[in-house]
Design a protein around this ligand. Structure first.
Ligand SMILES: Cc1cc2nc3c(=O)[nH]c(=O)nc-3n(C[C@H](O)[C@H](O)[C@H](O)COP(=O)(O)OP(=O)(O)OC[C@H]3O[C@@H](n4cnc5c(N)ncnc54)[C@H](O)[C@@H]3O)c2cc1C
Length: 455
């Protein structure tokens, strides 16, 4: 049974005074929870194991969560290897915190760190972007024209937010004139909160969009919708407002049991859902968005607030290379052609993929990286040692789905969409203060532990 979204779990912001007995019980449980959920935050050392001696040169393209996590693991497993990380980005962003910033729960400073603080000692860091991958010659080319040869390659470039597919959209305008979009950057998340506050003060029509492409954290658009509705309630403007979720996906979430649960909740909360509406253009000045149905029928809708979720695809350097899928469901987005179990490239055995870039069913969350970074490092070491990759990934994907301030659902599932709850005391389909605390308090330290190769 779907719980009443306004009466179950915790009900108020954790900043409120007087944590009651139930919450104290949750907090005690929480002490035990991270280990059970595989989210241990302490510096759990990698078990002592013989380091493999090698003179191999490993290039890691991308220094986000996946790239740095694998770099740290490889530096612990290998003795004598040269590890080169290629990425211009110097700031490290804790992206799972963006939804907290964009809904007024966290300050933006909590999602901004420095890559230099996480890269392992001895790593060579090329502060440039890869513009071309040539796996036939084991070479990457950077934007300065530099060619870097490798023995082994780890692709960790994340994905490209394709705002350009929406004519009229301007990322620089996020925060103004009722435009929000949590995905683009920490600054965009902060600006989204400004736009959301201005909207909630007056109320009106809100449009929450969802494209049909694979998404990183596909729960984020849902969290933004739940939280917008909660902020309207807090601002006292709910009765003057209408929130409509405009999906191009045919549903609102790819795992049916979660999709149905969310739809039930939204029905009770008065959130309207359109499931065949693709955002195809936006007029930011006039505050009008154009949607197309699968049949090509177009309709223009006015809004007071819009949350734009861009279509997502592989960055050009991967999409245009021989590393991308050439046929099948992942070819259109140019995703990396890896074996979904070993995460080894299907045609180039000296290449592995980690994180959002992988052309696999589901699996674009930080939690996916947490589970798969040890496996990628291990399987790569096996290949370096002349053996076959022998660990298989189940596609673990997870995100705490915020249902309102102080409450969330901890949803976890695998490649097949089967729920894989890791905490016996947390029902994945029931929102709870416990799951909220995981999101609010535990996941950033857990993320940092993943980065450092310690989980
Ligand atoms: C709004 C939002 C909410 C989220 N919420 C959650 C959540 O609640 N739980 C959860 O588990 N996950 C969540 N995620 C998803 C999670 O943050 C990502 O899945 C994770 O960061 C993926 O790591 P990655 O290393 O693959 O990519 P990223 O961390 O994005 O890093 C990719 C890196 O590659 C670099 N790069 C790109 N192209 C090139 C190139 N050509 N050459 C060199 N470098 C390149 C980029 O500069 C970047 O540094 C959320 C994400 C967002 C945006």
């Amino acid at each position: 049974m779907t719980p009443n979204p306004e009466s179950s779990g915790g009900s108020a912001a954790p900043s409120h005074a007087g944590v009651d007995a139930r919450r104290r019980a949750w907090l005690r449980l929480l002490g035990a929870a991270p280990a059970a959920a595989g989210l241990a935050t302490a510096a759990a050392p990698t078990p002592a194991q013989a380091r493999i001696k090698t003179s191999a040169h490993i290039v890691i393209a991308g220094s986000g969560l996946g790239g740095i996590a694998v770099a740290n693991r490889l530096s612990k497993l290998l003795d004598g290897a040269t590890i080169t990380v290629v990425d211009r980005k110097e700031e490290h962003n804790y992206q799972p915190g963006y939804t907290l910033v964009a809904t007024g729960i966290w300050p933006v400073s909590k999602v901004r760190d420095r890559n230099a603080d996480f890269l392992p000692a001895g790593t060579e860091w090329v502060k440039e972007m890869v513009t071309a991958f040539d796996p036939a010659s084991n070479t990457v080319t950077t934007d300065s024209g530099r060619q870097i040869r490798y023995d082994y390659l780890v692709v960790a470039t994340g994905l490209h937010l394709d705002y350009a597919q929406i004519p009229g959209m301007d990322v620089a305008a996020i925060g103004q004139n009722g435009l929000g979009s949590v995905y683009a950057s920490p600054q965009a998340a902060e600006a989204t909160w400004r736009a959301m506050q201005a909207y909630c003060a007056r109320g009106g029509q809100a449009l929450m969009t969802l494209p049909a492409t694979p998404l990183k954290c596909a729960g984020a658009p849902l969290k933004m919708t739940f939280m917008l509705r909660d902020r309207l309630r807090q601002a006292g403007t709910l009765d003057k407002s209408k929130v409509t979720f405009e999906s191009a996906l045919g549903n609102v979430f790819g795992v049916k049991v979660i999709n149905d649960n969310v739809l039930d909740r939204w029905k009770q909360l008065g959130i309207d859902v359109e499931t065949t509406q693709k955002l195809v253009a936006i007029d930011l000045g006039a505050k009008r968005a154009t949607f197309a149905s699968p049949e090509g029928d177009k309709v223009e809708k006015p809004y007071d607030f819009i949350h734009v979720v861009p279509p997502m695809r592989a960055p050009d350097a991967i999409r245009n290379s021989d590393l991308s899928w050439k046929e099948g469901p992942f070819a259109a987005g140019g995703w990396l052609e890896v074996d979904k179990a070993t995460l080894q490239h299907r045609r180039y055995p000296n290449v592995f993929g980690i994180g959002d870039i992988n052309g696999t069913p589901r699996g674009k969350t930080a939690a996916t990286v947490k589970k798969s970074a040890p496996l990628v490092a291990h399987n790569l070491v096996e290949v370096i040692a002349g053996r076959k990759p022998d660990e298989n990934f189940d596609g673990y994907t997870s995100c705490p789905l915020i249902t309102r301030e102080g409450s969330a659902m901890l949803i976890e599932f695998d490649y097949d969409g089967k729920l894989t709850p890791s905490l016996p005391m947390v029902d994945p389909l029931q929102d709870s203060y416990m799951a909220w605390l995981m999101k609010y308090r535990m996941l950033k330290p857990a993320y940092v532990a993943v980065l450092k190769g310690r989980v």
